[in-house]
Design a binder for this molecule. Structure first.
Ligand code: SAM
Ligand code: SF4
Ligand code: FES
Length: 347
């Protein structure tokens, strides 16, 4: 047994790793297959073979923020902007329910047109369809998060992006890491299922910093963790950056599974943008969630975070069939529950 194999065996049984052990695993690719296999076993033991499909509605690409990595950033003049009406959003939700989705994710830039009144109205109308609702609409006040929660939102996705304060504040100008942390604390206090995650491959990010990110997910006991490679967008200040690798993103995801065995971990769309079988490989390396796009028409293309986005010309019905077929092909099944985290006692 190599030293890395011993670290992996202990992580698989105790779900704990020290910072330097995570760094060693990330630095050395010789044990990747063992890491992915261990994460797959832990996934199977704790969350089983069912895969939760969350239907993703991208309802506005208008954003007041200016993140250097993101195509939706305020200063990107090359992007055709769109904002769906509340009726359109609810209509897409109804369609998604017909396709069988039990959870919907409402995602957008930080678009201030969606006031608390408008947002809570949309949440109430969609909640009446009998689905779990996840929001991913950025940084808000405690009162706003509270209003969404009271209207029926169940979960919230807010990636920390990176726990490195200098890198975070350099590439998210005007935003503060402390406020991001405050948001995650508020969401937890309000009883949301809390999702976070990070980008892999931001310039200046080190393996030590990624180890910090993984330990942060563990520290806040994240209910959901989305890890995705950073893919440089030609219309952003980071257009010439190298970007993240599929393999490193998978490794961070797999180590996260070892440390948070009962969390919901998606095979992220950006992984598939870098590798044609990206999501299926991720599902065999610790992931148990997929978020197929249920946005209709040209809005998919216009929600252009990064180049090479998958499914931009496909329909919600096509994606549903496509992903179901792929899931069956790897011997797994689609869950028909709302897929809340089932905490394993005594862990
Ligand atoms: N505005 C909200 C927020 O930032 O939390 C939600 C929407 S934002 C587009 C969702 C996620 O997209 C971000 O958390 C970020 O990690 C990811 N993202 C943005 N630009 C990206 C890029 N170039 N490559 C990969 N992921 C990217
Ligand atoms: Fe806006 Fe989110 Fe993109 Fe930042 S990552 S520019 S907050 S949509
Ligand atoms: Fe959209 Fe396969 S999931 S085409």
């Amino acid at each position: 047994m190599t030293a890395l194999d011993m670290i992996l065996a202990r992580a698989e049984s105790t779900h704990c790793l020290a910072h330097n052990e995570i760094e060693q695993l990330l630095a050395d690719d010789s044990s990747n297959d063992s890491l992915f296999a261990a994460a797959d076993r832990v996934r199977k033991q704790y969350v089983g073979d069912e895969i939760h499909l969350r239907g993703l509605i991208e309802f506005s690409n208008i954003c007041r923020q200016n993140c250097h990595y993101c195509g939706l950033r305020r200063d990107n003049r090359s992007l055709d902007r769109f904002r769906q009406t509340p009726d359109e959003i609810v209509h897409m939700a109804e369609q998604a329910v017909e396709y069988g989705y039990r959870t919907l994710v409402l995602q957008s830039g930080e678009d201030e047109w969606f006031t608390v009144e408008r947002m809570t109205d949309i949440i109430r109308r969609i909640k009446a369809l009998g689905v779990a609702i996840t929001l991913s609409v950025g940084e808000k006040s405690f009162a706003e998060y509270q209003a969404y929660r009271q209207a029926g939102a169940d979960r919230y996705l807010l990636r920390i992006e990176t726990t490195d304060k200098d890198i975070y504040e350099k590439y998210d100008p005007g935003m503060k890491l402390d406020n991001r942390l405050r948001c995650l604390e508020d969401l937890r206090a309000l009883g949301y299922e809390v999702g976070t995650g990070c980008l892999i491959g931001l310039p200046g990010q080190t393996l030590a910093s990624l180890a910090d990110d993984i330990l942060f997910f563990k520290k806040i006991d994240a209910d959901m963790v989305g890890v995705g490679p950073f893919i440089p967008n030609p219309d952003t200040p980071l257009k010439d950056a190298a970007g993240g690798s599929f393999t490193l993103a998978c490794k961070v995801m797999a180590i996260t599974r070892l440390l948070l065995p009962d969390s919901n971990i998606p095979a992220t769309t950006a992984m598939e943008a870098l590798h044609p079988q990206g999501r299926m490989l991720a599902l065999q390396s610790g992931a148990n969630v997929v978020m197929p796009n249920v946005t209709e028409g040209d809005y998919r293309r216009m929600y252009a975070l990064y180049p090479g986005k998958i499914c931009v010309t496909d329909t919600p019905g096509h994606c549903r069939n496509c992903i179901t077929g792929k899931i069956h092909a790897i011997g797994r099944k689609v869950s028909d529950t709302q897929g809340f985290r089932q905490k394993v006692p005594g862990r």
